[in-house]
Design a protein around this ligand. Structure first.
Ligand code: HEM
Length: 187
């Protein structure tokens, strides 16, 4: 490997990764608790909407960041098939980072509900009010939530396998204390 090759993700990529991971896990839990009729629906929804829109904003920042960052190569312990799976599951996650918040925002718009952030701050509707659109987007939000859970669990499972069984340093590339080769950032 040349001195130019980074050994870990850029610091800003790692920070974005862990902030978004926490937000997505929180959103999946909040969403499930909302529909579990625990009597705190409105209080949870008040967190769910701005956090979801925050994920959408971070998804844009993260996509730009990824485009302008040089990624560390996959470890040699990963087979060609595993690399392909990792690449495609990452693409799927990036797709969900955009699709799920947009479907949430769209379904509230189509249902004619206010897209409230904090107090008097409301977002504009992104779709016209339409019972038909709402009836499509509401179940789609659930299906995408399940897809998120499956892909996130697969991702965590694969990382744990590398960290605990193969012990190949895969997780260290993403930990906050990871060392990165100098001069590896693309300008
Ligand atoms: C990555 C972002 C998001 C995730 C992971 C997520 C996840 C979830 C989950 C797991 C549920 C429960 C679904 C079910 O079991 O049926 C849910 C419901 C809901 N979500 Fe989201 N959501 C996200 C973004 C948004 C956004 C941006 C909005 C609106 C601006 C939104 C509005 C709602 C509403 C209103 C419900 C409840 C609908 C009902 O009570 O019928 N979500 N979400």
């Amino acid at each position: 490997m040349s001195g130019e090759t980074p050994q870990a993700f850029a610091v800003r990529s790692r920070v974005l990764h862990w902030v978004m991971a926490a937000m997505i896990l929180a959103m999946l839990a909040i969403g499930m608790a909302m529909v579990a009729r625990l009597g705190v629906y409105h209080a949870l929804l008040a967190w769910h909407r701005p956090l979801g829109v925050g994920i959408l904003v971070l998804a844009v920042i993260r996509t730009l960041n990824r485009h302008f960052s040089q990624l560390p190569p996959f470890p040699e312990t990963m087979s060609a098939a595993e690399r392909k799976m990792a690449t495609w599951s990452e693409r799927l996650m990036y797709g969900l980072f955009f699709a799920q918040p947009l479907v949430g925002w769209g379904m509230l718009s189509a249902g004619g509900y206010p897209v409230e952030m904090w107090g008097a701050v409301h977002l504009p509707r992104i779709l016209p009010a339409s019972p038909w659109l709402y009836s499509v987007l509401r179940p789609l939000h659930t299906v995408l939530a399940y897809a998120f859970m499956v892909v996130v669990l697969g991702h965590i499972g694969a990382v744990l396998y590398h960290a605990l069984v193969l012990r190949d340093g895969l997780l260290r590339r993403m930990t906050i204390s990871a060392k990165r080769a100098r001069g590896a950032e693309k300008k």
